[in-house]
Design a protein around this ligand. Structure first.
Ligand SMILES: NC(=O)c1ccc[n+]([C@@H]2O[C@H](COP(=O)([O-])OP(=O)(O)OC[C@H]3O[C@@H](n4cnc5c(N)ncnc54)[C@H](OP(=O)(O)O)[C@@H]3O)[C@@H](O)[C@H]2O)c1
Length: 253
């Protein structure tokens, strides 16, 4: 066994920047061929360029994960590029609709559910039957959040979808285990990306983090990528249905 992914094919949604890009890069360094997918071709293409020369190939497919037809095309395109999919990283997410619970509209809640949760269920429905039919197993990694483990004021839509994803991960894991399809979640704490800049640009928030977090610094996307590589590789062959918390110890207390 090893942390190598030679001969494996992965899809990483939201792989053009942030945590998704760090994961795609780490997978390609480990030998996997990786399809990154999101709405903006510009950032996807820049990420593809950054990964040129790695042992595995990285290619891009444009996809809005909230659209069922685009998810179907993503899977078809990815299979055309590199063959059957072994690893799926559900990383794309939105945090629109943050604010007081009583101000959350139907539209914001439905859209957050569609992008953060329904997209994952749809991709799993598209890919897992093929993994089962091939009999080769597979690894599915869902990017949840510590926000899905503990409530945050003003965070109803986002926390609710991430909590749902943690529970769905466990249900998929118990249903797919007999087919060697493993499903796990990663719950990052605060990681420095575009997504979270509201928090890490706040001096007050950062002062609190430095004063209270056991590892008193802002996490980096690369600090999530190693865990994803572990969960994708055979080194985690006995791991399914788990939630790996990577938060500098923020939730340890
Ligand atoms: N950063 C943190 O502190 C933190 C903490 C806990 C959990 N997380 C989770 O980690 C994951 C990655 O977040 P990140 O921090 O790396 O954020 P990021 O740098 O802002 O990246 C988000 C990615 O999602 C893609 N995306 C957004 N909406 C999409 C849509 N409708 N269809 C397809 N792709 C879409 C974006 O690409 P396009 O704009 O090109 O579509 C982008 O590549 C998310 O699931 C997030 O909830 C992050």
């Amino acid at each position: 066994m090893s942390f190598r992914l030679d001969g494996k094919v992965a899809i990483v949604t939201g792989g053009g920047r942030g945590i998704g890009k760090a994961i795609a890069k780490r997978f390609a360094e480990a030998g996997a061929n990786v399809v990154i997918a999101s709405r903006k071709m510009e950032s996807l293409e820049a990420a593809v360029k950054e990964c040129a020369g790695l042992p595995g190939k990285v290619d891009a497919v444009q996809c809005h994960v909230g659209r069922a037809d685009q998810l179907q095309s993503l899977v078809e395109e990815a299979e055309k590029l590199f063959g059957p999919i072994d690893i799926l990283v559900n990383n794309s997410a939105t945090n629109i609709g943050q604010g007081p619970a009583l101000e959350v509209s139907d539209e914001a809640l439905l859209k957050t559910m569609e992008v953060n949760v329904l997209s994952v269920h749809r991709l799993i429905r598209l890919l897992v039957p093929k993994m089962i039919a091939r009999g080769t197993g597979g690894s599915i990694i869902n990017l949840a959040s510590i926000a899905g483990m503990r409530p945050q004021p003003g965070g109803l839509t986002y926390s609710f979808t991430k909590a749902g994803l943690i529970m769905m991960t466990r249900i998929w894991a118990i249903e797919f285990g007999k087919h060697k399809v493993r499903v796990n979640a990663i719950c990052p704490g605060l990681i420095q990306t575009d997504f979270s800049e509201y928090f890490w640009k706040s001096e007050e928030h950062m002062a609190r983090l430095k004063a209270t977090q056991p590892l008193p610094y802002l996490g980096q996307p690369e600090e999530i990528a190693g865990a994803a590589l572990f969960l994708a590789s055979d080194e985690s062959s006995y791991v399914t249905g788990t939630t790996m918390v990577i938060d500098g110890g923020a939730t340890a207390k």
